[in-house]
Design a protein around this ligand. Structure first.
Ligand code: SIN
Length: 488
């Protein structure tokens, strides 16, 4: 297998694993099938991972089940200490983890480093929360009874994660699961498995027992079918598209699993006439161009009020036109390659459709040859365009001009998705009015950056269910058990 030249630069070459992790053992696929992992910046093969079979997926579930009995009984303080040890190893390995992430995913190294810090922050947060999984004594209706409610781990949890945040979307799910006393089988995206496997290496080094974290690599269909059909798996947490989330939900129905689904978004970003325009441009750059526009919370529709429309477009265009696009390993790059050719095709199709329907280009940055999308500002966007109803998942900022507040709110809410929304105003009454009217799980007022371990991340409507991060993040991994004591 050819290994891409930059990998030998890892300070800790052991972090680059090309095997799956089942029951504490590093394994190849039965039959030896592998999947190549490529660098989206060059198309070069970085290495490969096993295409784990259905039988092996069942073995991973059994390993998680076997580990559960002891793990759930460990005092929460011990689970917390092990999570903190994992956190510390992640932080110490930031440079290597970031390089692995950039090579397989494409985002610039600075963003990859930020993702490792973001990912580690969930491990720390839930290590701290592990000690606070408390029960309740509820006043009973009769004198001879006591009512106790305790919170117990859900059990073996399947964790299916996307390619856009190959580190943080794992830790955001696995850390609360482990803190609660659950064990996990992780299925990372086939595009970005190395980041997941490196986390597995560090988890074992931290002393997290064999079988508590299992990682099955490979194509999603067979593995997903096993994870969802298994009666041993009591919970599924998935981040990805609404289409796949709905399909997984159906597959989980016969075994009535707990579900956490973080699905697609179509975030509005509204700039009112009274906004601080410089702050709004900064916020939009953060919300639109992070990870090259490949996040579920990326601003997808930018509504700008008449009075500031032209000034806002001018300031935004100056910034976007000057964006530097190139390989993530190049320190000058602000935007890396798109994850795959299909992603790039969709972005180009959205721009072509918008232009065909009357939009015009206000600014575009140049791109090198390869799998790169041009950072673009489009003006004259309308709700009839494909980019109004679908996530573009790329660095394209379509501007919808509006006149009055009610119309902006109506258009912002006119989507089956309800993940994130953003707006800029300096009017306090409007701030409350608009925040309350927006039908989204997360609302950013005068900010384009919402995500942090301390806050409840999640959507409503077809953007999913459950919350990740914050004290609510642990609730998705516990069941309430009620004990009635009588005859007292
Ligand atoms: C996502 O795109 O799914 C996650 C983004 C974030 O955590 O900020």
């Amino acid at each position: 297998m050819t290994i891409h030249a930059p990998f030998p630069r890892l300070a800790d070459p052991d972090l680059l694993r090309q095997q799956a992790l089942i029951g504490g053992a590093w394994v190849d696929a039965d039959g030896g099938a592998t999947l190549a992992v490529t660098d989206p910046a060059t198309g070069a093969t970085l290495g490969s991972v096993p295409d784990i079979t259905a039988d092996q997926t069942r073995a991973a579930i059994s390993a998680a089940d076997a580990a559960l009995a002891l793990w759930r009984r460990r005092p929460s303080a011990e689970r917390a200490d092990l999570l903190m040890a994992w956190h510390d190893l992640m932080v110490a390995a930031t440079e290597d983890l970031a390089l692995i992430l950039t090579l397989e995913q494409g985002k610039p190294l600075a963003e990859a480093r930020a993702e490792i810090a973001y990912g580690a922050s969930f491990v720390r947060w839930f290590a701290e929360e592990a000690r606070r999984i408390e029960g309740q004594i509820i006043p009973a209706p009769t004198a001879d009874r006591r009512i106790l409610a305790s919170r117990e781990p859900v059990g073996v949890s399947a964790i299916i994660t996307p390619w856009n945040f190959p580190n943080a979307m794992i830790t955001r799910k696995v850390a609360p699961a482990l803190a609660a006393g659950c064990t996990v089988v992780i299925k990372p995206s086939e595009f970005t498995p190395f980041s997941a496997l490196a986390l597995g290496v560090l988890a074992l080094r931290a002393g997290i027992p064999a079988g508590v974290i299992n990682i099955v690599t490979g194509l999603p269909t067979a593995i997903g079918a096993e994870l969802t059909a298994s009666a041993t798996v009591r919970k599924l947490s998935f981040t990805g598209s609404t289409r796949v989330g709905a399909m997984l939900m159906g597959q989980c129905a016969p075994t009535v699993k707990r579900l956490s689904l973080e699905l697609g978004g179509n975030a509005p970003f509204i700039i009112f006439d009274d906004a601080d325009l410089d702050a709004a441009v900064d916020g939009l750059i953060a919300a639109k161009f992070r990870n090259g526009g490949q996040t579920c919370v990326c601003a997808n529709r930018i509504f700008v009020q008449d009075g500031v429309h032209d000034a806002f477009v001018d300031r935004l265009s100056a910034r976007v036109g000057a964006m530097r696009v190139g390989p993530g390993t190049n320190a000058a790059s602000q935007i890396g390659p798109m994850i795959n050719p299909a992603a790039l095709d969709k972005i180009k199709a959205h721009v072509a459709d918008a232009l065909a329907q009357g939009a015009t280009i206000a600014a575009q940055a140049p791109v090198p040859a390869g799998q790169y999308a041009r950072p673009t500002v489009l003006i004259g966007a309308t709700t009839a365009m494909a980019l109004a109803s679908e996530e573009t998942f790329g660095p394209v900022a379509p501007i919808f001009r509006f006149t009055d507040e009610d119309a902006a709110i109506r258009d912002a809410n006119a989507t089956p998705f309800g993940l994130a929304a953003y707006f800029y105003t300096r009017d306090l009454s409007r701030a409350f009015r608009v925040a309350e009217a927006l039908e989204f799980g997360m609302v950013g007022l005068n900010t384009g950056a919402l995500s942090m371990a301390t806050a409840p991340f999640g959507g409503i409507k077809q953007s999913g269910m459950g919350r990740e991060g914050s004290r609510h993040g642990i609730e998705d991994y516990v069941e309430i058990k009620y004990m009635c004591m009588a005859g007292i």
